[in-house]
Design a protein. Structure first.
Length: 225
């Protein structure tokens, strides 16, 4: 067991790194108005918008952080992981729901204790639908939900780390970042509480989903320190 680990990811945007996603037909074709193209959970979503950058998070034991005088931001109190085990790219509801339940069980919390959910939602029809249904199945429609990918695009291999950073900033500053371009829900996405505009909210505990092609699902629950 390591005392301190540097975690994170980096994503470069070029035609080579993005070619496979294009071949899968995963990208939005809203070329006439790029600012409206990334629209997680919206009825008219049609694909993701690629983006990139880098994000780093230090994960360490409490003893290590205190010893070096670190500014402790949050504590990882729950983790869930599951595999859909069905199709290489078509998601299921059962897989994400299992990841959510595992994280809750690991944290020892009830659903009402989660103040905010940072969704994985990438603006793809199938992916957003399955995640919304999984969230509704486990949490109902009370917990505030937003996808920061509506503003950043899909940062691919850095998205999991960057969305922890974004969620920690929300937790530190008492607000929920909006799910922009969400104008109308469809049958699958109408069962969750999607936040359309920046909302003041005291966040003590947040949950962040990171799902991927191939049917891998992970969920983290982080508590304010």
């Amino acid at each position: 067991m390591q005392d301190c680990i540097i975690t994170g990811g980096a994503q470069e945007i070029n035609h080579l790194s993005m070619g496979t996603f294009d071949a899968l037909g995963a990208f939005s074709v809203h070329e006439s108005d790029p600012t409206k193209a990334s629209r997680p959970f919206d009825k008219n979503r049609d694909g993701l918008i690629p983006s990139g950058g880098a994000a780093t998070v230090i994960l360490e034991s409490l003893e290590s952080a205190q010893k070096r005088g670190a500014n402790i931001i949050g504590e990882v109190i729950g983790y869930g992981f599951s595999s859909n085990g069905e199709h290489i790219s078509n998601p299921t509801v059962a897989g994400p729901a299992k990841s959510l339940r595992m994280a809750l069980k690991d944290s020892g919390l009830q659903t009402a204790s989660i103040d905010y959910i940072n969704a994985h939602a990438t603006s793809t029809p199938a992916g957003d639908a399955s995640e919304a249904q999984a969230i509704a199945e486990v949490f109902g429609n009370e917990v505030p939900v937003s996808s920061t990918k509506s503003m950043t695009g899909h940062e691919c291999w850095m998205a999991g780390a960057s969305e922890i950073v974004y969620s920690c900033l929300m937790m530190q500053n008492g607000f929920i970042a909006p799910n922009i371009n969400f104008e109308e829900a469809d049958e699958e996405t109408g069962g969750i509480n999607v936040i359309k505009s920046t909302t003041n909210k005291n966040i003590d505990v947040f949950l962040s989903n990171s799902f991927g092609f191939g049917g891998t699902n992970s969920t983290l629950i982080i508590k304010k320190w």
